[in-house]
Structures are given as C-alpha cells and as structure tokens.
Write a protein that binds this ligand. Sequence first.
Ligand SMILES: [Zn+2]
Length: 259
Amino acid sequence: MPPPLPIYKIYAVKYAGPLKSSVAMVLWNTDWEKTIERNYYLWVIQGENETFLVDCGVAPSLAEERKISGYVNPADVLRKIGIEAAEVRKIILTHINFDHISGIELFPKATIYVQEREFNFWIKDPIAKKPPFLKFTDPVGNAYLANLEGTDRLVLLRGDQVLVPGIEVLLAPGHSPGLQVVSVHTLRGTAIVGSDCAHLFKNYEEEIPSSFIMDMIAWMKSYEKLKSKVSSLDLLFPGHDLKMWTDYPKVAEDITRLV
Ligand SMILES: [Zn+2]
C-alpha cells in the first residue's frame, strides 16, 4: 500500500486592497452600474516537509507606478508567518499577469513552476504585445522570468502534473491561455487554489466568470474539470474575493488560514 498523502494547510496572504471596481469586471456582463471591492493575494501551501508559494504578488516599484491602494510589500506580509522571501525555494506561478508575476524579484532563490503554454504566450508570442494584453503585463517581471529560461530556476510544465505527493497542478485555461491551478490534499479533502480562474466564489456558484476571459469555452471546460476534482465547491478558492480576508481565521495581520 502506498503511504498516506501528507496533509497541507493553505494560507491566503493579502498584499493589496481593498480596491473598488465595477461588478461587471469581476462578474461577466453583470451590474455595470454597481461597484464591488476586491483584494490582491498570494497563497502559501504548507506541509510538514514542503512549503510552496502560489504566485509572487507585486513588486514595490510596480505598486507605486500603478498606484495600487492598500499595498504592502508581500515579503513583509510573509515574514509575519515566519517566511523569508529571500529563502523561498518553490513558487507555483498560476499565470503571467502583473499582479501574480511582478514580485518575482523578491524571491531570488525560488524555482518557478509555470505552464509552458502560458510562458510561450506571454513571453514569446507577439500577440501578447497588443494593447488589451499589455494591460495585464508587467514588462519588468516578464523580463526577469524570461531570463530564467534554460536555468534550473524555471520549470516549464505541460499539463496536469503531481509536483510532490498531495500537490498537483492542473491546467485550467480560460482567463489566460495556460493558467494552472493547484490541487492540494488537506484535512478537508481536495482543495484547489484556483487563482484567477475565477475572481470571486460567486463566479463558481453562478457559473459566470469575470470579464477577463480570453476563451470562454475553455473556461467552461476548465470549471467542469475543477468541479470534478475538488471535494466541495467551498474548497475551490478564487483569486481576488474579499471573503478570503474577512471570513476565515486570521493567523496574522493580512494572513488567513483557508483550510
Ligand atoms: Zn489576479
């Protein structure tokens, strides 16, 4: 019999927000005139012998440039639960949008796990330089990532893959061409750190994604896939929902335990 899978905890680390936007931005074509608040996060998956970060947050220089309200350097937030950014070894990068990649320079020793399809689009495809895509791009973070190609600090993944027992990445395109989410074995069963596959819990509950969808049909298929994998829908965590900050036990300032 194989040994039992290790149990992991998942923490949401809020590094910016609340920011206000139109509801329609985070809930496709709904309530254009209403507003809603959202936060920016990265996540920590922690087991007895393994710690993975999910995403990198935003670097201080870009936060200044984009005037992101409520911003705190992610390295300062992580320190509150004893994680030194400079010593982090493993980061799963869900997708290459500025709020998930820009902070990469804060983690000089980390190996980055990203889907090859995502890397090839944002780093190599000339279409990614067109105006709609540039809104999502941090050129500095992307250049840093591009420079890691060919080194042992960058692992390009092709589809679903178990990284260590109990932690598996799942390809879930829709929001972005090669977005990946992280399936995690927890005390409550299989949870998924879904990042921006959806911005809100409500996206999943109502089967309506955010407006930032590059391929709606792919999104619907990805959602079916994640639903079939996760132990219950409340364990499928979105990318920007305020609830991850307000509705879960707080373990330090701006850090909550999701499961
Ligand atoms: Zn995001």
